[in-house]
Design a protein around this ligand. Structure first.
Ligand code: EPZ
Length: 434
């Protein structure tokens, strides 16, 4: 397994190009299963999760070829296989996005349950609730979700989709995709408002869907008999952008992020500014992020959009671990999403866990260490800590980072960081296995 070696002491400067959003491109690619004709998706990031989803989509009859780097052309050529099998789904929970399009377009879907992850159970009850509100008959069979549309078509309906932790991005995406081909009208209350859902909805409307209330918690969909093809450019990744913002703040750097949507990052920009970071919207999708003075501690909860995103929690904890004073971070989405704290503590961070909160007392300097990534955001947070730690930090299990960060070490090197990848050879892996 590859690892990243980071030398501390960098001050990031220069420009970095932000890629298309992982959490937008995944549902958009799944939505191409709904189309009768060709789709063209541009600004597709070169990520492990994207390659995995394309492999799964090909198994259910989607032809998908890159016309040029980042531009994918898709067309459904075979609708006979409606099963997303465990071996692939277990490597990426976003495969759950196949459930709705297969069900709505073909009348049947069999998708392996995605299982949990390191930051807790990842239930799918809201996905089931949304699809059952459209008349789907759903059973759980031997680790698979099996969904059927009576008489081959779904019926429009009403569903309140938010659960105990608030709105669900995935359940909103699935219910929205299914409603587009359901007979009649659908109202989804308590829908997620994340920009990635907006990106999906705009793409569906370009394919001929009729979705109103885009960007609000109430989505109204009038079902249509079929969807033509469509083209879309995937919106910029606000979490990737926030990750580099946090790194610039940590290293006291001065960087420019290119191809960002500041209007998708209100909560992040507000928190960084309150902490003493300069964040300037220079227009044309350019955001300047700089920090020269002392950082100010903060108290923040991770909540559904437009509040501070849970996917930026680990990176923020990293930044707060070198922010003088006491800060409190409370996870309202995934209360167990703190695996990175133990690794940061090995680097000298002072973090105390209290239920869904982490209390962080900033330290003068972290010390480099061997640490292990537990998920993609934790991995990025550990690299961030390595940028300011004294000495060398080696981050293991870099495959987590590769799932969601395009050209991660190249982009950081371009900003002045000293970071390189050590790839393990097959023989080494065999040795380790023995
Ligand atoms: C999406 O996951 C993202 N993944 C996650 O990003 C992100 O952390 C999450 O939304 C929250 O913003 C993708 O978009 C591929 P949810 P998703 O359904 O859809 C509970 C990353 O780092 N819930 O919005 O699975 C759930 O347990 C990844 O890029 C139910 O109770 O998240 C959680 O507490 C990690 N029942 C809350 O809702 C359900 O049926 C929000 O989950 C579904 C979810």
């Amino acid at each position: 397994m590859d690892k990243l070696v980071v030398e501390g002491g960098a001050t990031l400067s220069g420009s970095v190009q932000i890629s298309g959003a992982k959490n937008a491109v995944l549902p958009i690619l799944a939505a191409t299963l709904l189309a009768d004709r060709q789709c063209v998706i541009s600004n597709v990031p070169n990520l492990k999760d994207v390659r995995t989803l394309i492999e799964i989509l090909r198994e259910v009859g989607l032809e998908a070829e890159f016309r040029s780097p980042g531009t994918l052309v898709t067309k459904v050529v075979d609708e006979s296989n409606c099963t997303a099998r465990y071996e692939l789904v277990s490597t990426m929970r976003a495969s759950i996005y196949l459930l709705a399009p297969l069900l709505a377009k073909r009348g049947y879907a069999k998708v392996s349950l995605p299982g949990g992850c390191v930051f807790g159970l990842r239930p799918v009850d809201l996905h089931v609730k949304g699809l059952e509100a459209l008349g789907a008959e759903i059973t759980l069979e031997h680790g698979y979700i099996v969904a059927r549309a009576p008489k081959g078509r779904l019926q429009g309906g009403y569903v309140y989709l938010a659960g105990p932790m608030g709105s669900s991005v995935g359940a909103t995406a699935n219910t929205l995709m299914a409603a587009c081909l359901a007979d009649g009208k659908t109202v989804i209350e308590g829908a997620a408002c994340e920009p990635e859902i907006t990106d999906l909805a705009l793409f569906l409307n370009r394919m001929g869907a009729t979705i109103e209330g885009i960007g609000t918690p109430t989505l109204k969909i009038t079902g249509v008999p079929s969807l033509r093809g469509g083209a879309t450019r995937v919106c910029p990744d606000r979490i990737e952008a926030g990750t580099y913002m946090a790194m610039a703040a940590m290293t006291g750097g001065d960087i420019r992020l290119h191809d960002v949507r500041p209007d998708h990052m209100g909560a992040q920009i507000d928190v960084f500014r309150a902490m003493g970071v300069t964040v300037e919207d220079e227009g044309q999708g350019v955001l300047r992020v700089a920090r020269s003075g002392p950082l100010t501690p903060t108290r923040i909860s991770m909540l559904p959009y437009p509040c501070f995103p849970t996917d930026m929690q680990a990176q923020l904890v990293s930044l707060l671990s070198v922010t003088p004073g006491m800060s409190v971070v409370t996870e309202r989405i995934y209360p167990e999403r703190f695996m990175h704290c133990a690794e940061l503590s090995r680097m000298g961070a002072q973090i105390h866990r209290e239920g869904p909160s982490a209390i962080i007392c900033g330290v003068e300097q972290l010390s480099g260490a061997e640490v292990m990534a537990s998920d993609l955001r934790a991995g990025a947070a550990l690299v961030a800590a390595g940028l300011v730690a004294k000495g060398t930090t080696t981050v293991h299990r870099v495959y987590h980072i590769d799932r969601g960060y395009e050209n991660f070490e190249e982009k950081l090197t371009g900003l002045g960081a000293t970071i390189f990848r050590v790839s393990s050879t097959p023989s080494e892996s065999i040795k380790r296995a023995a």
